[in-house]
Design a binder for this molecule. Sequence first.
Ligand code: WQD
Length: 338
Amino acid sequence: MKILVTGGLGFIGSHTVVELLEKNYEVVIIDNLSNSDEKVLEGIKQITAKEVQFEKIDLKDRMAVADFFTKHSDIQGVIHFAASKAVGESAENPLLYYENNLSSLVYLLKELLLLGKANFIFSSSCTVYGEADQVPITEEAEIKPALSPYGNTKQIGEEIIKDSCKAHPNLNAISLRYFNPIGAHPSALIGELPLGVPQNLVPFITQTAVGLRSELSVFGDDYPTEDGTCIRDYIYVVDLAKAHVKALERLMNQKASTNYEVFNLGTGKGSSVLDVIRSFERISEQKLPYRIASRREGDVVKAFADTKKANEELQWSSETSLDEALLTALQWEKKIKK
Ligand code: WQD
């Protein structure tokens, strides 16, 4: 079974490629290396001792996408990670995000439909919910107006896929709405490669712990939560990767109830920023220098998943604790710092 993984050299993409290879799928990666590095391929091969094909293609290049599918007409499924994902950058440069995230999706789907039957997994995000009316958040929660162009590209992307599945019964798709992916493969051979100053909490914590940053700024401790800091659902990236294989197999084994489904992927547990700091101090056995700073524009107060649907339908649940996930993040940081 040949599977295309777009953005397969990225953070979640590379961990998913490892899980696919370990289940003996044949994998082809498309990546334009705009936010990843070809060195990741070595890490994947070292972990799995398997060969994996890689083609440097920008999915905005429609002809290149068409040529790819002419060459690989035996693709059985696609897991589509390739997209720009920095919330702040998307507000500064919305057209870059609409062009990159949406035109690439349209070109991919058009070529897939020419292949005939297609199984398509879309990398979406809990960002589509905005500030949900209640937590834990179910897949039926209202989709609120996006708080950023990035979040809007995920909402629009889901709509594009939903409409395409409605018009084309031979297109089977699942959108996976991730909560907050963290950590790294236990081998410390692949992990998150944040370029520049990390936007996300966990890479900023690990860079502070190894001395790359002097201290962590906690963006606000005056929120209406138990300790005043925002609550998120931090899911271990390897557990998240495993869910992608489960979702793909649901489509390929024709177990889906309709040809378009959505699943939340989280732990089902909310952790505050201070919870994460305490957890990190526990596993690293070191104090983490931090200060309370002002709130960050666009942050929601609480977001954690109701995981019942994924647990039951995908026969999947996250199995790794926050402590364990943070330990893998620290081990990875120490590895790349060398
Ligand atoms: C988590 C919490 C911050 C950094 C983003 C995207 C989302 C998804 C995951 C792609 C918040 C606080 C953070 C720091 C802090 N990405 N924080 N100091 O914003 O929940 O989600 O990443 O799909 O789409 O929006 O994750 O890690 O940035 O923030 O206090 O230096 O940590 O305020 O409460 P977020 P995050």
